[in-house]
Design a protein around this ligand. Sequence first.
Ligand code: SAH
Length: 329
Amino acid sequence: MLVGIGPGSTEHMTARARAAIAEADTIIGYVTYIKLVADLIEGKEIVRKSMTEELDRAIEALERARQGKKVALISSGDAGVYGMAGPTFEVLFQAGWTPPVLDAHGVPEPGGIVVEVVPGASALNSCAALVGAPLTHDFCAISLSDLLTPWPTIARRLDAVAYSDFVVALYNPKSGRRTRQIVEAQRLFLRHRSPDTPVAIVKSAYRRRERIEFTTLAHMSDADIGMLSTVLIGNSNTVVLGGLMVTPRGYANKYDVQAGGTTREGERPGRSLSTGLNGWLENLFADHAAGDSIEALAQRHRLPVEYIRDTLENPLEAAAQDAPEEAEA
Ligand code: SAH
């Protein structure tokens, strides 16, 4: 069982994660995480591993499972988010493992090793909850760790998401030895985003030494950031009000909140925005017909020239607009 235990406090662990740990004969994990679940593991075999022994942990888990033991490999947050799930599957596949065939009662074939990934709240969920609602619109996660990823790959992703205005959660932002990565990230972001862009730094979310700091992109790299911090960078609409970081979902584009939530002129509830795909296409064709060049349109909408040219040359049928959209919950 690859168990994500959430940010650190027992209240934020799922019932299935607790049950998985309770069911297990053997618990394998990084020392800090073992400590976080100390109350659940009495009488079990414990294999403590240090940070750099990820593959060892996975190999050890496989060996125990082959001996017929029920093994819980624990990760903080979610086991599949920069966690042990990936390396474990890699080790398993290398050892010739395949998912076992289950009978009608869900019992695996003899010798089969069943793998269960138990989801948990990842750092971005926990840290976002502590600062308000920063992830209410498109967001992504980027790890600044170059231990296994070349810097150009990381930098290219930073550049792309800064340009395309995602809210970003930076994992592994800084360590004793890796101090320059966050400065480089800041430089790349400042090429596309305002220096006033809100930034929240959450350290040890839901743990004893929890600490939250609000700053801006301009001052991000001066903040106290470490191995146990996640850095949340807002998009161009994100605000900090009353000590809360909030990214609007875009209701204001469609509804006039001040006027009691009435729909703005030209917009219809349950339908795409007038600047949604169909409305946008209509305007694009109109602007082009009125003489705007493909290059000018590409620049206006910050989209590739080839995309605009293709769109104008191959007009697809507008999507049916009769059925109202799914609820905006
Ligand atoms: N599997 C984990 C991530 C492991 S990578 C998850 O899903 O959350 C380790 C990084 O996660 C840290 O460098 C930090 O950026 C982030 N992190 C993990 N736990 C955290 C916590 N309690 N508070 C803040 N950041 C955390």
